[in-house]
Design a protein around this ligand. Structure first.
Ligand code: MF3
Ligand code: CO
Length: 249
C-alpha cells in the first residue's frame, strides 16, 4: 500500500529533509583528504545533535552507523571506519537519513575530492543529472517507471550503467515504504503517481558494468569490475505544482 501524505505531513518531511540538506552543504567543504570516514560520521553526529534529529540508518536492520560512506568502486552502504582514510582524488558518496518529529528525510551526494580525475567528475555530474531527469518525471499522472526510464536513459546516453541491485523507495513515517523506484526500466509501468506521494529517488551509476558484489562485512556493495561508482538521492513530494524536493535548504 502506498501511503499518501497530507500537506502538513509533507511540511514535516521538509523539516527533516532540510536538515539533511544543510549537513550535506557543510560536508561539501568539510570532507577532505587525510580524514577517516569515521571522522565524517563524527562530524555528522555532532550536526544532528545540534538539530535534535535522529540518524535513521543506525540500527536499521543492524546497520552500525549514522551515515554510509562509499569510496570509489564502493557503490553504497560503506561503513564508516577509523582505518579508512579519504585520499586525494577519491570519489566519496555519502548517504544520510534522519528522523525529525516522526518523519524521515533521506538523501545522498557524491563529492569528488580535490584531485579527482575528469572521468570521476563526469560520472558524478552525470549521476546527479540522472537524478534530476528522474525527478522531472515525478508528476501526477505519470507512472513510477517513467522516473526509472528517464534515469536509465540519461546514464546510458553518457556511456555509464545503472545499478539494478538497489532501488529508490517510498518514504514518510518509515524509511522504506512502497513503492519501489528502480533506476532502470521501460516507461509507462508500475503504480500511477498521485498528489501526496513521497519518494526517495536514488540512482547509483557505474563507470563499467552494473553488477555489484557485497563485501564480507555484509553491507558494503562494490562494483564487480572495480570501476568507479556514484550515488545521488533526494526525497521528493509529488504535488499539483510538480515535484517538490524536500531534501533541500
Ligand atoms: N538511502 C539508503 C536506503 O534508502 C540507505 C540505507 S542504509 C541502511 O536504503 F543502513 F539504512 F540500510
Ligand atoms: Co534511500
Amino acid at each position: 500500500m502506498i501511503v499518501v501524505k497530507s500537506q502538513a505531513e509533507i511540511q514535516k518531511m521538509a523539516a527533516a529533509g532540510s536538515i539533511v540538506a544543510e549537513i550535506f552543504e557543510s560536508l561539501k567543504t568539510f570532507v577532505s583528504a587525510g580524514m577517516s570516514t569515521a571522522d565524517v560520521e563524527a562530524y555528522v553526529d555532532g550536526e544532528l545533535k545540534k538539530r535534535k534529529a535522529i540518524p535513521a540508518f543506525k540500527g536499521y536492520r543492524g546497520y552500525p552507523s549514522s551515515i554510509c560512506v562509499s569510496l570509489n568502486a564502493e557503490v553504497v552502504h560503506g561503513i564508516p571506519s577509523k582505518s579508512v582514510r579519504i585520499r586525494k582524488g577519491d570519489l566519496v558518496s555519502i548517504d544520510l537519513g534522519v528522523i525529525l518529529g516522526g518523519y524521515y528525510g533521506d538523501a545522498a551526494i557524491t563529492i569528488p575530492v580535490e584531485g579527482a580525475s575528469p572521468d570521476a567528475q563526469r560520472l558524478s555530474d552525470v549521476t546527479e543529472q540522472a537524478l534530476y531527469a528522474g525527478i522531472e518525471q515525478a508528476v501526477v499522472g505519470n507512472r513510477v517507471s517513467d522516473i526509472s526510464s528517464a534515469i536509465q536513459k540519461h546514464a546510458e546516453a553518457n556511456g555509464f550503467s545503472v545499478v539494478r541491485a538497489f532501488v529508490g523507495h517510498g518514504i514518510g513515517r518509515q524509511l522504506h515504504e512502497e513503492p519501489q523506484v528502480p533506476n532502470y526500466g521501460k516507461p509507462g509501468q508500475g503504480p500511477r503517481l498521485r498528489e501526496g506521494m513521497t519518494l526517495a529517488i536514488e540512482p547509483m551509476v557505474n563507470a563499467g558494468t552494473f553488477d555489484v558484489v557485497i563485501l564480507r562485512d555484509g553491507w558494503t556493495a562494490v562494483t564487480a569490475d572495480g570501476a568507479l561508482s556514484a550515488h545521488f538521492e533526494h526525497t521528493i513530494a509529488i504535488t499539483r505544482q510538480g515535484p517538490r524536493i524536500l531534501t533541500k535548504i
